[in-house]
Design a binder for this molecule. Structure first.
Ligand SMILES: [Mg+2]
Length: 167
């Protein structure tokens, strides 16, 4: 089976829209990595993950991908704090009893944590896809607006089952 890595933030759960609005509009701060990093590192991740919306039936889509037996599915997610890593693992565990979850320290490339050659990464961040494809992997962009940024693009995770290059 082909290895399939799925990003978490902005793919499974929308952990992006609310924080950006909160930091930018409510706090009136500039949206930059320093301010966003501060916000994310001070969060109560348990409560936060409960409140953020699931994107385009991502959980059901992952169930469908697993059932297809076409891919060995893992979740590959950048984290800023240990608390974030713990709560993301707990969150995924609520839905999937037996799936690999790999938290990646924010300052390390996802390509440095797993075997990339021929493996697929679904990610909403083009920077991650660029690193991934440079490391010999196959990058698939997730975008609810179907903005490709030069990669094959999907807006529902189970569309990976229909992509020619993925099988
Ligand atoms: Mg992401």
């Amino acid at each position: 089976m082909k290895q399939l890595y799925i990003d978490f933030d902005g793919v499974i759960l929308d952990t992006i829209t609310y924080p950006y609005e909160y930091v930018g509009k409510s706090l009136g701060l500039e949206i930059n990595s320093e301010n966003m990093g501060k916000f994310y590192s001070e969060l109560d991740w348990n409560q936060f993950l409960k409140k953020m919306p699931i994107i385009n039936n991502s959980i059901e889509c992952i169930e469908r991908i697993i059932k297809s037996k076409q891919f060995e599915v893992s979740i590959l997610t950048h984290v800023t704090t240990l608390d974030e890593a713990i709560e993301k693992v707990e969150y995924i565990r609520k839905y999937f009893k037996d799936i690999t979850v790999i938290p990646v320290p924010r300052k390390i490339s996802k390509t440095k944590m797993v075997y990339t050659e021929g493996a697929i990464l679904i990610d909403d961040f083009a920077g991650n896809l660029e690193e991934w494809t440079e490391a010999g992997g196959i990058g698939i962009r997730f975008s609810t607006k179907l903005s490709s940024k030069g990669y094959p693009v999907i807006d529902y995770l189970d569309q990976i089952l229909e992509l020619e290059l993925a099988v």
